[in-house]
Design a protein around this ligand. Structure first.
Ligand code: ADP
Ligand code: ADP
Length: 236
């Protein structure tokens, strides 16, 4: 499992400063939840970790390796960035599945294209990943035939099939009907139990309280506090 270190990370959108001097240590095998008001910079922070957003100054290190830059002001090559991202899985609010592909094909596609696996190996790995998220009986279904919770579990299976050492979740349950939230959280809880390093932007305070090892509270681009869920959420 990977660790992440953010030091003095700043990010601007034009003149607007979306992240202000972010210092955050994400220990290996632990769950870090990011909470705070809408627009406070949670998603931006998360996307700086895999360099989906380029931070403007500071450092983001994954297992000690600087991501995005080879040196200050020298962007990393696309190839090197893709290499580093291979060990990072990401799950978004929108599931981003290919509508014309079955669940299994959605999971296998990346294995074939990115990992250069044979179709047979990719199919096997995809079936295992789908079984792990409780969808063994849905491998041949297209997304339109699946509930939102099932679609999000396919998206999680797609990420874990790549065998990441770090998983980033950006409001993974926010697009779901309330009754479908629990099945996705429970898959995430299982992953956490297996020692996956996870960073989760979420409004699910129950998940943050019961599953997170640390909770970061953001406000206006600042990481105001990072502490145990007990202290941040005043859990009884
Ligand atoms: P959160 O995830 O906490 O809701 P975001 O990280 O999405 O917050 O956004 C932080 C701030 O940055 C918001 O004010 C948002 O409007 C702004 N922002 C986000 N993405 C962009 C962008 N691509 N261009 C300009 N402003 C952006
Ligand atoms: P405990 O094991 O501490 O009794 P519960 O499983 O009863 O915790 O759930 C307590 C709170 O956690 C619930 O109110 C809900 O908000 C949230 N929660 C419920 N199911 C899950 C889940 N699968 N993963 C994460 N949080 C959950």
């Amino acid at each position: 499992a990977s660790s992440v270190e953010m030091r003095k990370v700043n990010k601007y959108y034009g003149k607007f400063q979306a992240l202000k001097d972010i210092d955050l240590s994400i220990p290996p095998g632990k769950v870090t939840c990011l909470i705070g008001p809408s627009g406070s910079g949670k998603s931006t922070l998360l996307r700086c970790i895999n360099f989906l957003e380029a931070y403007d100054s500071g450092e983001v290190r994954i297992d000690g390796q600087l991501i995005g830059y080879d040196a200050p002001d020298k962007k990393m090559s696309g190839r090197r960035l893709r290499e580093m991202r291979r060990s990072i899985g990401m799950v978004f609010q929108q599931f981003n599945l290919w509508p014309h592909m079955t669940a299994k094909e959605n999971v296998a596609e990346g294995l074939i294209r990115v990992r250069r696996m044979s179709k047979a190996d990719a199919d096997r790995r995809a079936s295992e990943a789908l079984a792990k998220v409780g969808l063994a009986d849905k491998i041949a279904s297209h997304p339109s035939r699946l509930s939102g919770g099932q679609q999000q579990r396919v998206a999680i299976a797609r990420a874990i099939a790549m065998e990441p050492r770090l998983m980033l979740f950006d409001e993974p349950t926010s697009a779901l009907d309330p009754e479908l939230v629990g099945e996705v959280l429970s898959v995430m809880r299982t992953l956490a139990g297996e020692g996956m390093t996870m960073v989760v932007v979420t409004h699910e305070m129950g998940f943050a309280a019961h599953v997170a090892d640390q909770v970061g509270f953001m406000e206006k681009g600042e990481l105001v506090s990072v502490d145990s869920p007990d202290r941040i959420l005043h859990r009884p």
